[in-house]
Design a protein around this ligand. Structure first.
Ligand SMILES: [Zn+2]
Length: 234
């Protein structure tokens, strides 16, 4: 059975198909999508309208639906970020030590030297704190799609006009560091005018991204709406 990208129709090589969580990744456009529906159809099941509703609710995501409104809450917490706590403690412990010497001995130059490291230390504290405290609230209704991060202020709050959203899709980003490679997922919206709007980014888990995509598409009724230029069979 051949799987094609839902967004650009490129053929998906077998090594990009994860049969454990039924997720495929396109190497030409980086889109990530669930293939549970395709597999069920291959097994002879009749396609249903709800066929793509196959991603189960993942950890740290909650959905609340009332008539006319969908609220998705996603906690930022990831176990992958926990080791950063120790790193932040060690780093900032050292900064405290550095500045206590600089201040007690009145060495302005020593204090100045440390400012870049101090900024890194503060950024580490911010990152660690948002991992434990922050969540994103996505509110969708007939008029708009609203995205708010908090309670610690963060970039990326936005409000989009619901009817201008043509499609929601997920993308994988690979970050190559010196010694390690990490993968994050984004949820994006394609707007009427072909503009791409990032809804969420920095997700460590494909299921979270795919589940949020699925719920938004279902609620906004854009499950089968085609993107102009899209060649997929969907
Ligand atoms: Zn593709």
């Amino acid at each position: 059975m051949q799987i094609h990208c839902r967004y650009c129709a490129a053929e998906i090589p077998p090594e990009n198909i994860n049969l454990d969580n039924l997720v495929a990744k396109c190497s030409s456009c980086n889109a990530v999508f669930s293939i549970a529906g395709e597999l069920r159809m291959a097994e002879g099941e009749k396609p249903k309208k709800s066929q793509r509703q196959s991603v189960p609710m993942p950890k740290y995501v909650q959905v609340e639906e009332t008539p006319g409104e969908l609220k998705i809450t996603r906690k930022w917490f990831s176990l992958l970020q926990v080791p950063l706590v120790f790193f932040a403690v060690v780093w900032n412990g050292f900064m405290l030590f550095w500045y206590s010497i600089a201040i007690s001995t009145g060495q302005g130059q020593m204090a100045l030297c440390g400012t870049l490291h101090l900024a890194v230390g503060l950024f580490l504290i911010y990152t660690v704190a948002t991992n434990f405290v922050n969540s994103t609230l996505i509110t969708a209704n007939a008029e708009q799609l609203d995205i708010q991060h908090g309670p610690i202020p963060a970039m990326g709050n936005k409000t989009l006009t619901a009817v201008d959203i043509v499609q929601v899709y997920c993308k994988q980003t690979i970050h190559r560091g010196k010694n390690s490679t990490s993968v994050t997922y984004e949820v994006l919206a394609i707007m009427n005018d072909q503009r791409r709007e990032t809804l969420l980014n920095g997700l460590y888990n494909a299921e979270q991204a795919l589940y949020i995509e699925q719920e938004l598409e279902r609620f906004l009724g854009i499950e089968n709406r085609q993107v102009p230029g899209e060649m997929g069979t969907y």
